[in-house]
Design a binder for this molecule. Structure first.
Ligand code: SAH
Length: 275
């Protein structure tokens, strides 16, 4: 049986108290066609949408005019709404009876602090659900023609944040370089030189291919490819914008062969989609 918490008669089944509902929704990496059907439905039915910087303009264009939009920031090195304030906002809106869509870039539970918000809602007895989204690593890999695993080349993927949130955060470089996995660094654009140096210092071949994928899956999708040794220099020559993700491993070499998105863009091909 499928229960829709947005429909009036079943709302009480979900409501532990007579309050609103919070959907913690992953918007995917940017291309609106990568939204799940569930995310699309919630965007259309919410009374208020609380969204991050990472949610693309194209996705925000899908929001009906009557739905209230609240931006809560989150950009590298910029002052934005604190996590505490966001938590309070969600609780307040739900207590006012709103159907809240908490819209996050990628997946809410991958470096998205969605789980922290879920824990607050749990503690406050507010009804909520979680809608997964395509995380940046998956979307950027696919649109750049970089399979994150490939038989005989990479048998595993490790996703790491380059930004730990506090000074005590340390990356286990030795462990990483000996995994033989594709390594994906989130939030690492401003630390490329440091990341590549640490990988080389801990035993990774300096000729290992690396890709930086910028604004992945959006109309501005762009990627550059180099080696651990040459990427920093290449970065000085081109302008790469946030958000960007870093992919390290031999699978990066397949991008040249699996260039479907480059060809689609070059030839201006449009497939049937939401937009
Ligand atoms: N929850 C998100 C990640 C949030 S952390 C997810 O699952 O994707 C923010 C980081 O994600 C950015 O600094 C960047 O490294 C990465 N990112 C998010 N969207 C991206 C995109 N469209 N292209 C490239 N990197 C992206």
């Amino acid at each position: 049986m499928s229960i829709n918490p947005n429909s009036h008669n079943v709302k009480s089944i979900f409501s532990r108290k007579e309050r609103g509902f919070v959907h913690l929704v992953g918007a995917g990496p940017g291309d609106p066609d990568l939204l799940t059907i569930r995310a699309f439905q919630i965007i259309k039915n919410a009374t208020v949408i609380v969204y991050d910087n990472l949610v693309s303009r194209e996705i925000l264009q899908l929001v009906p005019n009557e739905v209230q939009l609240i931006k809560v920031g989150k950009k590298y090195n910029c002052v934005s709404t604190s996590q505490c304030e966001i938590n309070e906002l969600l609780v307040t809106l739900a207590n006012q009876g709103h159907i809240v869509c908490r819209l996050k870039g990628g997946d809410p539970f991958i470096f998205g602090r969605g789980s922290e918000e879920a824990l607050v809602l749990e503690r406050q007895g507010i009804s909520y659900d979680v809608v997964p989204g395509i995380t940046a690593a998956i979307g950027c890999g696919a649109y750049s023609g970089i399979p994150l695993t490939h038989r005989g080349i990479s048998r595993g993927v490790t996703m790491i944040t380059a930004h730990g949130g506090d000074d005590s955060y340390q990356i286990e470089w030795d462990a990483l370089t000996h995994l033989d996995h594709t390594l994906i660094f989130y939030m690492g654009l401003h630390k490329v030189e440091w990341i590549t140096q640490c990988l080389i210092n801990h035993g990774m071949d300096f000729n290992t291919p690396i890709a930086i994928v910028s604004q992945g899956t959006t109309n501005q999708h762009h990627h550059i490819i180099a080696t651990l040794k040459t990427i920093s220099e290449k970065l000085y020559q081109v302008s790469i914008k946030s958000p960007s993700i870093i992919i390290v491993g031999e699978v990066v070499n397949l991008a040249e062969l699996i260039n479907w998105y480059g060809i689609k863009k070059e030839n201006n091909i449009h497939y049937e989609g939401v937009m």
